[in-house]
Design a protein around this ligand. Structure first.
Ligand code: ADP
Ligand code: MG
Length: 316
């Protein structure tokens, strides 16, 4: 039901903006009943496990309402997908629960364009959702598959493992500053508006990584989640953290979040394999530290000084 969104009936709105997104991929993703019925029906591939996650993006918190509606849509789906990548899953479908202040056809068709872009990029259809009236809020549920028993979790880090990170850190938060200041560069688009999720790399890490997490709230904070789940500690060399600038960033700059890179641990014996993946996918994968017997994240400056981690993004 479109609760209270007037001037267009609910059926027409869904039909016009949502029902066709990614419909070309329904068959290959095993969607037997798509949008239009009470629920989607999915046939799961043999030998695989389903991986499911949901994320809500709120205007002013997770994106700026001044952003182009197509970027708002793309980013909202992208950040939800990041959790699937962290598990090493391959994405298959998404649903959308959308709350809108008013019926605005221009905004909605731009929004639709962003959904189409990410849907086409990853071959994932939109298979259901809900539309309500209220402050702009976008909840995206994503589903995918991973070979049974192989999903990456936060739990498996072992003492002596190497800690790696994909891509570079701090670029998204600097892009957000540029966006707020009204001087967005072309590169900022990928960094903040349309983050690219590392599915190519993460799907190759299934037998290689011992634990993994996506960096949403800040590198040190997210690494701490691995440490707590795996009951280990970590030691990080600040100068090894790859940044998009030639100069190194401060701990606070590194920990601002929104990077949507993959942070993972792996046994030393897998070093060469990881180098090969980085080369094949043309994505930097840097060693930034190692796992130890402690219970927290210790950071060292280039001259060996112990530094205290900031707390990263706090939701409350
Ligand atoms: P119900 O009342 O049975 O929950 P709705 O009338 O809300 O169904 O929705 C009708 C169909 O349209 C359902 O298949 C639902 O999944 C889909 N749908 C509604 N809103 C959206 C949306 N924002 N995005 C994608 N699909 C949607
Ligand atoms: Mg129903």
């Amino acid at each position: 039901m479109v609760k209270g969104v007037k001037t267009l009936n609910e059926h027409q709105l869904i039909q016009e903006y949502f029902s066709e997104i990614g419909s070309a991929f329904l068959v290959e993703q095993g969607i037997r009943v798509p949008i239009g019925d009470d629920a989607a029906v999915i046939s799961s591939p043999k030998g695989k496990e389903s991986v499911i996650s949901v994320d809500t993006s709120i205007g002013g918190v997770h994106f700026l309402e001044s952003m182009h509606a197509s970027d708002i849509a793309y980013r909202s789906v992208s950040v939800a997908l990041s959790d699937l990548a962290a598990c090493g899953a391959t994405p298959a479908w998404f649903t959308l629960a959308l709350s809108l202040k008013k019926y605005d056809p221009k905004w909605l068709s731009d929004f639709k364009k962003g959904l189409e872009d990410i849907s086409a990029e990853l071959k994932i259809p939109l298979i259901g959702g809900d539309t309500t009236k209220g402050n702009l809020s976008i909840t995206v549920q994503v589903g995918g598959y991973v070979e049974a028993g192989k999903a990456l979790t936060r739990e498996g880090a072992r003492i002596g493992d190497v800690i790696y990170v994909t891509g570079c850190i701090g670029a998204a938060s600097s892009a957000l500053d540029n966006l707020r200041g009204g001087n967005l560069t072309r590169l900022d688009k990928n960094r903040y508006l349309r983050p690219k999720i590392r599915f190519e790399v993460s799907s190759k890490l299934l037998d290689i990584a011992s634990s993994a997490i996506d960096i949403s709230d800040g590198l040190f904070q997210d690494l701490d989640h691995i440490c707590k789940a795996s009951k280990v500690g970590a030691v990080i060399c600040l100068e090894k953290i790859p940044t998009f600038l030639s100069n190194s960033l401060t701990i606070d700059e590194i920990n601002r979040g929104d990077d949507y890179e993959i942070l993972f641990t792996s046994d030393k014996s897998k070093r060469e394999k990881i180098k090969r993946i980085a080369k094949e996918e043309n994505i930097p994968i840097c060693e930034i530290g190692s796992i130890n017997e402690g219970d927290e994240v210790d950071i060292f400056s280039p001259d060996g000084v112990f530094l205290k981690a900031s707390s990263g993004y706090q939701h409350f």
